[in-house]
Design a protein around this ligand. Structure first.
Ligand SMILES: Cc1cc2nc3c(=O)[nH]c(=O)nc-3n(C[C@H](O)[C@H](O)[C@H](O)COP(=O)(O)OP(=O)(O)OC[C@H]3O[C@@H](n4cnc5c(N)ncnc54)[C@H](O)[C@@H]3O)c2cc1C
Length: 504
């Protein structure tokens, strides 16, 4: 693991957003000082993107690995809890469904429970499938407790967080610096490369300083200063599948329900997020500039707020897709420098986390072996593609009439997604492929939630008789509702365990 002649490998991280500081904190925790020397270069003048406020449950693993105390973390980041995402008006205006971080109950006779809902739903009117989801049982009542507070079927869920992106980066910075990471303030203007290998040897800063290293992490955000800017690794553009290319973001005063979930409301040319924090609400309108002007997008965003705006809306531009390679020579891109998928399922911080884990697994030395880079690139590309397919699945079966939605409903799908949806249509099963982030209940929640029901269900789901099955299902539904009813209100849970000292 060490560099030349037994010296520590010098890791240089370019960029101090969530990607840079997560990478710094994890490397510092995982690698002892005799093995690794970690330096992070960031520029306050450039700043961080400052959005990225909703997460997925995988972040719990990161917190545990870093020894983070959850209540202290939530308080320090103005955070709240997230049990899933409520989708409003996605399939058509009036459609509402919930993607919770859980399943729809234990298997019945070896088949996933949703198969039985699908079968019974053909024979009689049933409540929505969401009602068999514990995260939904809690979320629809604005209640929250971690799964450890519950038992049996009611404990089959996980939670994630909402937080203030700037406070999160600052929190990680304190943690990483406490673990021995050296921070350098400065603007990177260029890189020095070895003439023979082409490897990067140092970052050249605007003030003339140079930061030498063995392995360089490009965490410079959309600029992708090293991987794209210096090494010229091309970008694979996915905008033909994901036409949204802009976002307008604005914080608003806390108002309305204090929900333990993110809300995503479909709009004529995109969708709007609502992320509740302790002292404010984060909002953004993700839209396709081909179908909507910036002014109209901002007007729609402001019209959709449930509290007073607290700042001028910020406009962000992006291109969905990924770098053709993430690891090239001795440079590894993580975060926005590696790729971007719209934040519909809050997967960016997850991709940072899995990227850093993969890096630790295939740990590069001072002279990284190209075989490690090839494996890193193979796995990371697959992970991006699986998430891409899941996001497209939210769009492609829509019945909304506006031009954006007509375009995505008619487009040719990636083969992997077409095959998956074909299996769903034929059987109500979702085949899972290598490096899939979203498991079957996630796909089922989106498809059933949008009313995309299969032509047939698994033949084994035809037993037991309807009355027996109905009684079992009703018992399960009532059990979850009662268990949720006993849990504390989201606001009360926060006030008691992790209230933020950050002023409103
Ligand atoms: C509209 C939108 C909504 C999003 N919502 C979510 C969400 O809900 N959940 C989620 O998980 N993710 C979300 N994301 C993604 C999330 O914001 C990012 O993945 C996350 O913040 C990590 O960003 P980053 O660290 O890669 O880049 P940045 O935050 O942009 O950080 C880049 C760093 O590099 C530094 N830098 C750049 N160039 C130089 C230079 N030349 N010299 C020195 N330093 C330099 C900057 O100063 C900064 O420190 C969203 C993104 C967008 C665009």
């Amino acid at each position: 693991m060490t560099g030349p002649e037994g010296t520590p490998t010098r890791f240089v991280i370019a960029g101090g957003g969530s990607a840079g500081w997560i990478a710094a904190a994890v490397l510092a925790r995982a690698l002892p000082p005799f093995a690794a020397e970690i330096t992070l270069v960031e520029s306050e003048e450039i700043g961080i993107i400052g959005v990225g406020e909703a997460t997925v449950p995988l972040i719990g693993e990161l917190n545990r690995f870093l020894g983070i105390h959850e209540p202290e973390f939530v308080a320090a980041t103005n955070g709240t809890f997230k049990l899933g995402i409520e989708f409003v008006d996605w399939a058509e205006v009036g459609n509402r469904h919930f993607h919770g971080f859980g399943d729809f109950g234990a298997d019945i006779a070896g088949l996933p429970a949703h198969q039985y809902w699908l079968r019974l739903n053909r024979e009689q009117a049933l409540p929505p499938l969401d009602e068999w989801s514990m995260p939904h049982a809690l979320a629809s009542r604005d209640r929250f407790a971690p799964h450890e507070a519950l038992s049996g079927e009611a404990a089959q869920f996980r939670h994630a967080f909402h937080f203030d992106a700037a406070l999160y980066a600052a929190y990680l910075r304190r943690l990483a610096e406490g673990q021995g990471v050296t921070r350098i303030e400065g603007r990177i203007e260029g890189v020095e490369r070895d003439g023979a290998s082409g490897h990067v040897t140092a970052l050249a800063l605007a003030d003339g300083r140079r930061v030498a290293g063995d392995v360089f992490l490009d965490c410079t955000g959309f600029a992708s200063r090293l991987l794209s800017g210096s090494l010229g690794v091309p970008f694979e553009d996915w905008s033909h599948w994901l036409p949204c290319d802009r976002a307008a973001a604005v914080p608003s005063a806390r108002a309305g329900r204090f929900t333990p979930f993110t809300r995503s409301t479909a709009k004529a040319a995109g969708w709007q997020w609502r992320i509740p924090l302790q002292s404010r609400t984060g909002n953004g309108h993700v839209y396709a500039s081909r179908f909507l002007s910036d002014d109209e997008a901002v007007a729609q965003l402001l019209a959709g707020l449930d509290g007073e705006p607290l700042a001028e809306p910020r406009l962000l531009r992006f291109t969905p897709g990924r770098r053709a390679r993430f690891w090239e020579g001795n440079v590894i891109a993580i975060g926005l420098a590696a790729g971007f998928l719209e934040p519909l399922e809050s997967t960016a911080i997850q991709l940072i986390q899995t990227g850093v884990n993969r890096l630790l697994d295939l740990l590069p030395t001072a002279r990284p072996d190209p075989a490690l880079a090839a494996e890193y690139n193979r796995q990371t590309a697959l992970e991006y593609e699986r998430i891409r397919d899941f996001i497209i699945a939210h769009y492609c079966r829509t019945r909304r009439p506006e031009p954006l939605w007509r375009q995505v409903a008619a487009m040719e799908l990636p083969e992997t997604l077409a095959a998956k949806l074909g299996t769903w249509d034929a059987s109500g099963r979702v085949p899972l492929y290598d490096l899939e982030s979203h498991q079957e209940p996630s796909w089922v929640s989106v498809l059933v939630g949008q009313g995309v029901l299969p032509r047939a269900v698994h033949p084994r789901a035809s037993h037991p008789p309807a009355d027996q099955l109905g009684a079992l299902m009703e018992q399960r539904r009532a059990f979850l509702a009662q268990a949720a009813q006993r849990m504390p209100d989201h606001a009360r849970f926060i006030a008691r365990t992790c209230a933020s000292p950050v002023p409103a």
